[in-house]
Design a protein around this ligand. Structure first.
Ligand code: ADP
Ligand code: MG
Length: 378
C-alpha cells in the first residue's frame, strides 16, 4: 500500500473553465521524497493543496494510507505544509511561532517545549528561539516555517516552492538541509513542488512532471513519473526531454530510413546516423527528430567520423566547462555542445559534432520517444 494515492483525480475550479488537473494517477510511497515539477501554471500547487485538504477534488479519489480523504478536514490528515511565503506571525518569537499549532491543538506545555527544542536542534535554530521573525534572514525564516511543520510530527510534509524567495547561494544550502531532513526523519514522506528542474533532479526519489501542453486535453496531466535518472535517460516524450536537463537537449529533424530491433538509421541533413533505439513501429520515410544532450556530443575536426558538420558561432566559458554554439546549416537549429573548460576553439572554426548511437534519442512526429535499446543507469 502506498502512503498517498491519487486515483483518476481531476480538478475544475469552476464550471466552464478547463480542467486544471486531468485524470492524475500518482502513487507516493512511505518515506519517499516526491517532487511535483513543471512550468508555471501546470497545476503543481493545486495537486499539493488537494493533499493538504485546501482544495476540493472534482472527480476521482485521494487516499492516504488506504483511507479515502476527499472529504476529511485538513487537521485530521496528518500532513503539514510549508509555503513559499513563510507565513510566520510577526509578533511571536521563533519558539512561539513553532509552538503555536500545537498550543491550538491543546498539547501540554512540557511536551510542546520538548518538541520545539528538538526541532530547533535539527534546524540549528536553538540560538534564535527568542528572536522575532523581523530579526531573521530569509533562510532562517524559512527554517522556522519548516520547524513549525516538524513539531506537528506529520506523516507527510508538503512543500510549495519553499526556496523560491532565497538567493542562489542560500537556495543551494537550504536544498541540502531539506535533503538531510528527509534522511533524518526516516519514514515521513515528502511532496515538494518546484518549477526548477535542478531542484527536482537533486532532491527527488520520484519526479512527477506535469504538462502544460498546447492542447487543452494535455494540460494538467502527468507527462511522466520516474526517478531523476529515468527522466534524464529515458524521457518518454519531447516535452519531458526538453524540460529535464540544462542546457536543453538538441533536436534535429530527420527522416527514418530503416529500423531493426536494436537500432534505427536516420537521414539527418544529408547524412546517415545510427541510433540505438527501437523504431520498428514507424514506417520508413517517417518524419522524426533526433535528440542529443549537449554533454553527449563530441566535437572533432570536420570530416572525422559520422556526425553533423558546422561552424562555431560562439563559445561560452563556464570555467569547469564551456558551451559551443554550432551552426549546422540553414533551416537547422543551432546545436549546443558541452566541452571541457580548457578547450579553446576560435569562432568560425569548422567542426563536426559526433553523434554516438548510444547517446541518441528519437522522437516520432507526435513527439513520443522510441525506446532506447542500450543499458542505461536508473
Ligand atoms: P502551479 O503551482 O503549477 O504554478 P497552480 O496549481 O497554481 O499552478 O494553477 C494551475 C492552474 O489553475 C492555473 O492556470 C491557474 O490560473 C488555475 N487556478 C489556480 N487557482 C485557481 C482558482 N482559485 N480559481 C481558478 N483558477 C485557478
Ligand atoms: Mg504554484
Amino acid at each position: 500500500m502506498s502512503r498517498i494515492d491519487f486515483k483518476q483525480v481531476s480538478k475544475r475550479y469552476a464550471p466552464g473553465l478547463p480542467l486544471t488537473i486531468n485524470n492524475a494517477n500518482i502513487q507516493i510511497d512511505t518515506g519517499e521524497f516526491c517532487v511535483f515539477v513543471g512550468p508555471s501554471g501546470c497545476g503543481k500547487s493545486t495537486l499539493l493543496r488537494m493533499v493538504a485538504g485546501l482544495e476540493d477534488i472534482t472527480a476521482g479519489d485521494l487516499l492516504i494510507e488506504g483511507q479515502r480523504v476527499n472529504d476529511l478536514p485538513p487537521a485530521k490528515r496528518g500532513v503539514a505544509m510549508v509555503f513559499q511565503s513563510y507565513a510566520l506571525y510577526p509578533h511571536m518569537t521563533v519558539a512561539e511561532n513553532m509552538a503555536f499549532g500545537l498550543r491550538v491543538l491543546g498539547s501540554n506545555k512540557a511536551e510542546i517545549d520538548q518538541k520545539v527544542k528538538a526541532a530547533a536542534e535539527i534546524l540549528q535554530l536553538t540560538p534564535l528561539l527568542d528572536r522575532l521573525p523581523k530579526a531573521l534572514s530569509g533562510g532562517q525564516r524559512q527554517r522556522v516555517a519548516i520547524g513549525r511543520a516538524i513539531v506537528k510530527e506529520p506523516r507527510v510534509f508538503l512543500f510549495d516552492e519553499p526556496l523560491s524567495n532565497l538567493d542562489a547561494a542560500l537556495r543551494a544550502q537550504t536544498r541540502l538541509e531539506i535533503a538531510k531532513l528527509h534522511h533524518d526523519l526516516g519514514s515521513a514522506s515528502m511532496i515538494y513542488v518546484t518549477h526548477d528542474q535542478v531542484e527536482a533532479m537533486t532532491l527527488a526519489d520520484k519526479i512527477v512532471l506535469l504538462h502544460t501542453g498546447k492542447l487543452i486535453e494535455e494540460r494538467g496531466s502527468v507527462a511522466q513519473i520516474g526517478s531523476p535518472m529515468a527522466l534524464y535517460h529515458r524521457p518518454g516524450s519531447l516535452f519531458v526531454a526538453e524540460f529535464i536537463g540544462s542546457p536543453k537537449m538538441n533536436l534535429l529533424p530527420g527522416t527514418l530510413r530503416s529500423a531493426e530491433a536494436g537500432h534505427a538509421v536516420i537521414d539527418v541533413g544529408g547524412q546517415q546516423v545510427t541510433a540505438a533505439v527501437d523504431a520498428r513501429h514507424l514506417a520508413a520515410g517517417a518524419s522524426v527528430q533526433i535528440g542529443v544532450r549537449p554533454e553527449h556530443l563530441f566535437v572533432a575536426d570536420e570530416g572525422a567520423g559520422s556526425g553533423v558538420a558546422g561552424s562555431l558561432l560562439h563559445m561560452e566559458r563556464l570555467g569547469d566547462s564551456s558551451l559551443l554554439y554550432v551552426n549546422v546549416g540553414a533551416g537547422l537549429p543551432t546545436m549546443t555542445v558541452k566541452v571541457e573548460g580548457s578547450a579553446s576553439n576560435p569562432v568560425g572554426q569548422r567542426l563536426t559534432s559526433r553523434l554516438l548511437p548510444d547517446q541518441l534519442h528519437l522522437f516520432d512526429a507526435q513527439g513520443m520517444a522510441c525506446t532506447r535499446t542500450v543499458d542505461l543507469p536508473t
